[in-house]
Design a protein around this ligand. Structure first.
Ligand code: FAD
Ligand code: SF4
Length: 328
């Protein structure tokens, strides 16, 4: 057990001041961070509890939603406006973890939860560049069935584990941040990084930067959206592949689309290529398949995870078929 200090922040300013200390970490529901502390993968010298900060979910006049970073996952999934206007987000959250964990987990913590790569958690015998930069990566030559097929590097092939973030990536969510340098915001798609040579640097956040809120822009056709998660068990399992999609049709053609994938990369993977391939195309299985293949063309399987390519292709086709009214 490593000793650590604990303080509960009374405001964002208070949190940023306390979180700026060397070795400090923000504490949301603790459902990931405390596990990592138990495994000695994370060793913060101080925890700054941010669960007392804004948990409000505000419906704005322009149709957008502003969700406080301390909002619990359950509260977001059950919110009337989220369920009606962004069903993919409600479904993505409900596909994750268990009811008890979703009751504790916060939006800010969900965004920054760490990979579930088993070698990353094994602090006793495995090499991991994310845990110890320069050490090597035991997943690359090891058992890598759950690992990345897109955007990986020779340093790290881990995936991002969050379901919620996949829906947020598809919905063009914006993350609001606070630090001593002031306030700023970032598109969700720019929050998480690909591993490159520095898998230990997982986000574009500055040291000590606090997530204060997540904004969901108005998107009328997100009412026709869903989230599908393919996993080894029906509950308590992370995605092998997941798909978040929203679809707008006009005269049998794709007028607009949002598509993101989970379980395939170090970050929630916005499927820009597939979206581009789909706009203006007839809403048919052939067009959906062609778009999925365009996105997955860059996939680079490891020894054990080649099945994810066809799984992702089929999942995209099935989800788009469902949203276009076909039985999937
Ligand atoms: C058994 C189990 C199964 C799970 N299954 C799934 C699943 O299927 N799908 C899924 O998506 N997730 C799953 N999870 C993960 C779960 O969703 C996360 O643990 C949870 O969302 C983290 O939220 P938290 O508030 O508890 O974060 P914490 O554990 O408190 O923090 C996580 C990270 O976020 C940082 N942080 C927290 N708040 C802020 C903030 N406001 N600003 C800046 N940094 C902050 C912390 O410093 C820490 O680094 C599972 C977890 C468990 C234990
Ligand atoms: S895949 Fe990434 S997280 Fe997993 S062992 Fe390799 S470097 Fe570590």
């Amino acid at each position: 057990m490593s000793p650590f200090a604990y303080a509960r922040a009374a405001s964002s300013e208070d949190a940023v001041r306390l979180g700026g200390q060397a070795g400090a970490a923000y504490l949301g529901g603790g459902t990931n961070l405390v596990d990592l502390m138990r495994e000695t993968v994370a060793r913060p010298s101080a925890l700054v509890d941010v669960t007392g900060l804004s948990e409000a979910i505000v419906e704005r006049d322009d149709g957008s939603l502003l969700i406080g970073a301390a909002a619990r996952n359950t509260a977001v999934a059950e919110h009337r406006a989220v369920r009606a206007a962004y069903p993919m987000l409600a479904r993505a959250i409900l596909a994750g973890a268990s009811a008890q964990i979703r009751n504790m987990a916060t939006v800010g913590g969900n965004l920054l939860q760490r990979t579930r790569c088993t070698y990353f958690y094994d602090n006793q015998g495995s090499r991991c560049n994310k845990r110890e930069p320069g050490q090597g990566c035991d997943a690359i030559g090891g058992f890598n069935r759950i690992h990345a097929i897109l955007g990986a590097s020779a340093s790290c092939v881990a995936t991002h584990p969050s379901d919620m973030c996949v829906a947020l990536a598809a919905l063009d969510a914006v993350v609001h941040l606070s630090s001593p340098a002031g306030e700023r915001s970032l598109p969700l798609t720019e929050l998480h990084r690909l591993p490159g040579d520095h898998p230990e640097v997982e986000t574009a956040l500055h040291p000590g930067e606090l997530i204060t809120a997540v904004e969901l822009p108005a998107l009328a056709f997100a009412r026709n959206s869903t989230y599908r998660k393919v996993r080894d068990r029906a509950s308590y399992a992370f995605a092998l592949v997941s798909v978040a999609a929203a679809l707008a049709l006009e005269d049998g053609r794709v007028k607009d689309v949002r598509l993101a994938l989970g379980g395939v990369a170090h970050k929630p993977w916005r499927a820009w290529r597939a979206e581009q391939a789909l706009r203006g195309q007839p809403a048919t299985g052939d067009a959906f398949r062609a778009a999925a293949e365009a996105e997955l063309a860059a996939a680079q399987p490891l020894r054990d995870n080649g099945f994810k390519i066809e799984l992702a292709n089929r999942s995209i086709v099935a989800v788009l078929g469902e949203l276009s009214g076909e039985v999937a």
